[in-house]
Design a protein around this ligand. Structure first.
Ligand code: PLP
Length: 432
């Protein structure tokens, strides 16, 4: 993650936020999204790390497919304005650009946990000598269940086959040197390193290039869950070289609840026909797919891992959002994100200074912008979940993760500096 960003000198007053919004080159994009309303006004929505907002154009994109379905029925597979047979390919170039991959390396398919399982079927091949999986302690539960079930599926025991990377006592985030030393120490027994690009709870971003390099040097397969990284960080997957990655599209990518997910398989495995995989007809060579033969022959690249024909309406929404991403440009978005999250941190620190007698909260996300995305995670010492709920009633949306984490993410595509200002002002009242 290399982003050259000059941090402006932040100022505490509301006028600063308004001035920053006025000179924001991306400010028009806010108008492309639908904001939930509270008491008639737009809420302060800092929850794009959980569910992104609806692009206004989504309805139009869906309408096109409904119209073609109504008018063409089954013929729509070939004769729709955007034929459904190759519809997923409308997303290939944009997705590849978004995650820094080659088109052959990416596909939109299934959902995130399904894709992680499909990837592990092919890339987690444990042996008696090398059967371990390295994950973050406190990885998102679905990932924990997925890796544990994969370990058991192969006849091993998570008690002896799972290595969890843990922060040091009294620290919230992992240190690079601790990740390195686990890979160094346990690399020879490790079949797979599977980490988040950004930890869902702390907001810590990992150095994926370095982890991939170290893992590969020790002979491990390396994969990433990019749920909190896709559409958030600048990614260079092809160059960094992990074996696989998967991400959902309903957070920073605004594809809507349960939207079709993304998957990356590095080009070096594009024609690895010998890899075991779970197969379905949509991953079969498309030239002969409709010959309906009994023998599976995989498509080259990530498309060869598809199972089913994809949900077109869901892909249509994702297209609406990805078109906006392309227009805005990921580098521009990341530059604004670094600045806006820095501003959020600045205001929160000012608040902390006023409270230094008895601190009510702590920021647990790393301070270096290379080590975080848009999200700031705030540890709340009192009030608990009630604080988050009270703010939501007033139209201020972050979200709560047990036991004590309040997560907020200013999203550069649609949030403003004034949103951040309003959030901190209301948060200051609520926290007392
Ligand atoms: C880091 C991470 N991994 C996995 C998941 C599970 O995603 P899905 O329900 O789309 O499989 C989530 C969902 O929020 C997540 O944040």
């Amino acid at each position: 993650m290399t982003d050259a960003v000059v941090q402006p000198a932040f100022q505490p007053g509301e006028g600063f936020a308004i001035a920053m919004d006025e000179r924001d080159p991306l400010k028009e994009f806010r108008e492309r999204f639908l904001f939930p309303k509270t008491r008639g006004g737009d809420c302060v929505y800092l929850c794009g790390h959980s569910l992104g907002l609806q692009p206004k154009a989504a309805a139009q994109y869906i309408e096109q497919e409904l119209k073609d379905w109504a008018q063409l029925g089954v013929e729509g597979h070939f004769r729709a304005k955007n034929p459904w047979m190759p519809y997923h390919r409308l997303l290939t170039e944009q997705t590849a650009e978004l995650v820094g991959a080659k088109p052959v390396e990416v596909v939109a398919m299934n959902s995130l946990t399904v894709n992680l399982h499909l990837m592990m079927v092919s890339f987690y091949r444990p042996t008696k000598e090398r059967h371990k999986i390295v994950v973050e302690r406190g990885a998102f539960p679905s990932d924990q269940y997925a890796v544990q079930s994969q370990i058991r599926f192969h006849g091993f025991d998570p008690a002896t086959s799972l290595i969890e990377l843990a922060p040091r006592p009294d620290e919230a985030c992992l240190r690079d040197e601790d990740i390195d030393s686990v890979i160094e120490r346990a690399g020879d027994e490790t079949a797979l390193i599977l980490l988040g690009g950004v930890n869902y709870s702390t907001g810590q971003a990992f150095d994926m290039a370095r982890i991939t390099r170290l893992g590969h040097e020790r002979g491990c397969v390396v994969g990433f869950d990019l749920a909190h990284a896709a559409g958030n960080l600048l990614l260079r997957l092809h160059e960094w070289g992990p074996d696989f990655a998967a991400w959902c599209s309903y957070k920073y990518l605004n594809g809507g609840p349960g939207c079709v997910a993304g998957c990356f398989v590095h080009e070096r495995d594009a024609r690895a026909w010998g890899l075991p995989r779970f197969a379905g007809w949509w991953g079969h060579d498309e030239q002969s797919r409709f010959e309906m033969g009994p023998e599976f022959r995989a498509m080259p690249g990530a498309e060869g891992w598809q199972l089913s024909n994809p949900p077109i309406v869901s892909l249509a929404i994702l297209r609406a959002s990805m078109d906006v991403f392309q227009e805005a440009g990921m580098e521009n978005l990341r530059a604004k994100s670094v600045s806006m999250t820095g501003y959020l941190e600045f205001l929160l620190k000012q608040l902390q200074e006023k409270q230094n007698v008895s601190p009510r909260f702590a920021i647990i996300t790393p301070v270096e912008h290379e080590r975080r995305g848009a999200q700031i995670s705030i540890r709340i010492y009192q009030h608990g979940r009630a604080l988050c709920e009270r703010l939501a009633q007033d139209g201020i949306f972050g979200d709560w993760r047990e036991p004590d984490i309040f997560r907020v993410a200013p999203v550069p595509l649609y949030n403003s500096y004034h949103d951040v200002f309003r959030f901190v002002r209301r948060f200051a009242d609520a926290i007392g």
